[in-house]
Design a protein around this ligand. Sequence first.
Ligand code: AP5
Length: 210
Amino acid sequence: MNMIFLGAPGAGKGTQAEVVCRELNIPALSTGNMLREAVKNGTPAGLAAKDYMDRGDLVPDEIVIGILKDRIAKDDAKNGFILDGFPRTVAQAEALENMGVRIDKVIEIDVPDEAITARMSGRRVCEGCGNSYHIKFKPTKVEGICDACGAKVVQRIDDKPETVQARLKTYHEKTAPLKDYYKSRGKLVTVQGQNEIEETSRLTLAAIKG
Ligand code: AP5
């Protein structure tokens, strides 16, 4: 199954994608993780993307579409995938269609802005593999160390409160219109994401299988 996880920054797309990947044995393709990796490695795409990301703006469509196109063509995506953080504009959704990529379901994880702001301050991410944790809701087994790969977990630069506000504004202006885009195509299913992580996973899996 080919799916898109849609939702505001911090709604829990990455957290739920991790659970669903394990359950369905398909990869999660996160454009945010790909871009952070590109920034870390100093690639041309990473150098072009960094300033946009640091201020909570979207990276230009042509850069992200190029990165996604290369990733989606890899063998591990042949039997299904979750797109986490892509598309984020109508132009990106159209590019996906033009690539001939079939989307079966778009799972929107819906969380009110107030809950997002509270959540983001506690998020920690792995410097090595990009896994996401929360100091209260999803702590690492050993403080400061990733459970999956043993690298250090740190706070993301764009999780500062003022940048989170900018990202939320960007989401409402540029990404939220995708809800109507996919609703009109009969693909959109909305899951309430403000409950505990396990409950949200239960609702997400039910929405996928239903
Ligand atoms: P990206 O990395 O995609 O960030 P985002 O969409 O802002 O999403 P997040 O990763 O912040 O949140 P999430 O929904 O995955 O939440 P998570 O599961 O981590 O993008 C970063 C930047 O890259 C963008 O700003 C942009 O510049 C650029 N970019 C990326 N894709 C792009 C594109 N397509 N086009 C243009 N630019 C692009 O959860 C958040 C926290 O909450 C965690 O700590 C988690 O443990 C906790 N949590 C999760 N669920 C719950 C719960 N139910 N209860 C309590 N805590 C929870």
